[in-house]
Design a binder for this molecule. Structure first.
Ligand SMILES: [Zn+2]
Length: 449
């Protein structure tokens, strides 16, 4: 294996995306928003093994801590299989946990958006404080303009299931899952973002068994309960004075995660809100939105919650849970060393779809010092890289080399206006198949033969 000149592309390689397309040259174009790619729906992944995601640094979950080492080994193994065959995605990255100043209050509103949400947003705006809204898919469908407004005004959006129906949600995990995914798609269709934060209707206490916690975490979600309850849903019509009292007598400490509701019938909560905000401002709290990096408040699994009678099977987990984690994993840089030629892909510049690591063809080839030209009549990309020439037909899903008579099906395809291709196909057709993968904290390092 000859080492050629090291061709290190700048880490800020968003520049590569600026190779804009003409309309008849689809492969040249970047995705609409490469930093936040639009993830197509997942399909089943055969033979995928479940992998535990990395846990949050501050998560008080000893089980996660104990398994961190084996998880890392498992993740490396997975990435190997990812590059060599159709398999599972990598584990989510370790989130960065920013230092949080002492005394933070997270205002959280559940069950909206409703006819009251606009007023809540007005009050938050007047007071210049952010909040987190755990919204119901059913409500979001009816009031998409409020969902947009929540996002536009800098608040966080979390998923609170579709219809809040305990009898379905807590009967078995797959029913809960279906509502989470349904709501996620509704929210994404409105805001363009997938909510990673979840709040269980009624909270997890007495409702989640171990499987719920484990699989949601593995799927990349962050489940938040609360440590302070405004009491606004204790009964119908709790008066504002009582809500203020309950909301401001908290002893939860320096990080208060306050449960409030903006669903229908919570007019008294709206009345109470200015006084609650005033209280925490005077007490020196900062207001913040929950993020995936926020240490979650979670109720412990209660011993009275027996495992549900119906548990998802390993195949279901492999097909639904395992690929889901990659939706939220955009934290690692992908570095590629192909026979001494190096290229780097920032998070969001590559994707993992159907268990395959996909890169934009032109950008990947050019970063490795090759060239791509588009043959418009045949709608075929012609690649010249590392001394090899080959063609990719995204319409037929085929790759072939006119010189070596190599020919094989490929998941090469057009996404947006760009041609994307499994990275392993580029390596294979260029005569440098994968050698090994090194997983570092912030990067996947891929080396070829
Ligand atoms: Zn609720």
């Amino acid at each position: 294996m000859k080492k050629a000149m090291l061709f290190l592309v700048c880490a800020v390689c968003g520049i590569m995306w600026l190779l804009m397309l003409k309309p008849d040259e689809p492969y040249l174009s970047p995705p609409v928003n490469p930093a936040k790619p639009d993830h197509p729906t997942f399909h089943s992944i055969e033979d995928a093994k479940p992998v535990m995601p990395f846990t949050m640094k501050k998560a008080a979950d000893s089980e996660a801590a104990n398994t961190a080492v084996s998880m890392q080994a498992e993740a490396v193994k997975l990435l190997h299989s990812l590059l060599s065959s159709s398999s599972a995605p990598q584990a989510p990255a370790v989130p960065q946990v920013p230092e949080t100043p002492a005394k933070t209050v997270y205002l959280t509103f559940d069950d909206g958006p409703s006819g009251l949400t606009g007023e809540v947003l007005d009050i938050l705006k007047e007071n210049n404080v952010p909040a987190t809204f755990f919204i119901l898919g059913k409500q979001a469908e009816q009031r998409p303009e409020l969902v947009s407004r929540i996002a536009e005004e800098g608040h966080a959006i979390g998923n609170h299931t579709y219809d809040h129906d305990y009898s379905q949600l807590y009967r078995k995990f797959t029913l809960f899952w279906d509502q989470i995914k349904q709501t996620e798609e509704i929210i994404r269709s409105i805001t363009g973002e997938r909510p990673q934060l979840l709040r269980a209707p009624g909270g997890t206490a007495g409702k989640f068994d171990e499987t719920y916690f484990k699989l949601l975490k593995q799927a990349g979600y962050r489940v938040f309960d609360w440590n302070a309850d405004s009491g606004d849903s204790k009964r119908i019509g709790v008066p504002a004075d009582e809500i203020v009292r309950q909301s401001t007598m908290q002893t939860a400490g320096d990080e208060i995660n306050l449960l409030l509701h903006d669903g229908a019938g919570h007019e008294e909560t709206v009345k109470a809100l200015p006084r609650i905000i005033e209280h925490y401002k005077e007490a020196g709290y900062r207001f913040a939105v929950l993020t995936p990096e926020t240490a979650p408040v979670q109720f412990k699994v209660q011993s009275k919650v027996k495992p549900k009678e119906s548990q998802p099977g390993s195949r279901w987990v492999a097909e639904h849970i395992v690929p889901n984690g990659q939706l939220f994993d955009q934290g690692k840089v992908l570095t590629l060393d192909m026979a001494g030629l190096a290229a780097e892909f920032q998070p969001g510049e590559y994707r993992i779809e159907n268990g395959r690591l996909m890169v934009p063809l032109r950008s990947a080839v050019e970063r490795l010092g090759g060239r791509v030209s588009w043959d418009a009549p045949s709608r075929t990309a012609r690649v010249s890289l590392s001394g090899a020439s080959w063609s990719a037909d995204p319409g037929l899903g085929m790759l072939w080399s006119p010189h070596t008579s190599m020919k094989q099906p490929s998941e090469v395809m057009i996404w947006g206006n760009a041609v994307w291709i499994p990275l392993r196909d580029i390596l294979h057709f260029s005569g440098h198949p994968l050698n090994h993968v090194v997983m570092k904290e912030h990067a996947y390092q891929i080396e070829t033969l």
